[in-house]
Write a protein that binds this ligand. Structure first.
Ligand code: SAM
Length: 248
């Protein structure tokens, strides 16, 4: 079996079945015939061997070279995502060690969804560990959600509910920027202390400019065409915005 050709793995063993199952569902939702996968953290190829090899097309990327049959860029994925034409890809796998948000922001800035077009987005989110190690919240996650870097409330003592709320807000913002909405999702949470989040998301292009509906409720776009009315939020901040932002 091809899977056995990749004995080394970069993923905690207990999480592997959930990660595979999530990717299978995303592939099924997009359909293998339509699936053009960009695997930004391609690694040793475990997810490719188990799932993505069944897609119609696959391009991987990893900063480390793995000698195998896959078509892969050996480079920093941020550079590749910024220069490649992303339109042909229908599934993006961001299986990061910690934070996938910088890559997700680049994707959001560069990939547009046509009306009713469906796109799969797979995320591995390890922010919980990062904050427990005293690293604070990834700048790109803050940026996706719209939190100023100096807001102290998100540096310490986050509950799991707040963590999930942040992820949900970031996903919705990214979908909106791509002119889409979140229509389906599958989620698994790691059982170890790292509390990794594994997400499989299906985004769909909104049907007409000026209105959108997503899994979190409905809203009308305002005149600027890109922001729903804001609910009061513990994350909303109205202070100075001159801090350094991740560059999509
Ligand atoms: C969790 S592993 C991915 C496992 C992979 N999905 C698989 O199926 O085997 C993360 C991988 O991302 C790579 N990586 C980390 N940061 C990167 C970056 N900025 N650009 C490209 N690859 C990166 C690492 O070299 C590592 O192989």
């Amino acid at each position: 079996m091809i899977g056995r050709a990749f004995p080394k793995t970069d993923t905690g063993l207990r999480a592997v079945p959930a990660k595979i199952e999530i990717r299978r569902r995303v592939l099924e939702a997009i359909t293998p015939a339509r699936a053009m996968v960009f695997d930004a953290f391609a690694g040793t190829g475990q997810m490719w061997a188990e799932v993505w090899q069944h897609a119609a097309g696959y391009v991987g990327c990893d900063e480390r070279w793995h000698k195998d049959a896959r078509c892969c860029f050996v480079a920093d994925n941020r550079r590749v995502l910024r220069c490649l034409n992303l339109q042909p890809f229908t599934i993006f796998d961001l299986d990061a060690y910690g934070s996938p948000w910088e890559q997700a922001l680049i994707l959001a800035a560069r990939r547009r969804l046509a009306p009713r077009e469906r796109l799969g987005l797979v995320l591995t989110e390890g922010t919980w560990t990062k904050t427990r190690m005293g690293n604070g919240w990834p700048g790109a996650l803050r940026q996706a959600v719209g939190i100023a870097p100096h807001v102290a409330a998100v540096q310490h003592g986050l509950t799991q509910t707040m963590h999930d709320d942040l992820i949900h807000r970031a996903v919705r913002a990214i979908a909106r920027q791509m002119q889409g909405q979140l229509v389906r999702q599958w989620r698994a949470i790691g059982m170890t202390g790292t509390r990794m989040r594994y997400l499989g998301l299906i985004l769909e292009g909104i049907k007409r400019p000026g209105a959108a509906l997503d899994a979190g409720g409905s809203f009308q776009l305002d005149r600027a065409g890109d922001q729903p009315p804001q609910k009061p939020s513990p994350w909303t901040h109205h202070g100075p915005r001159n801090q350094r932002q991740a560059r999509p």
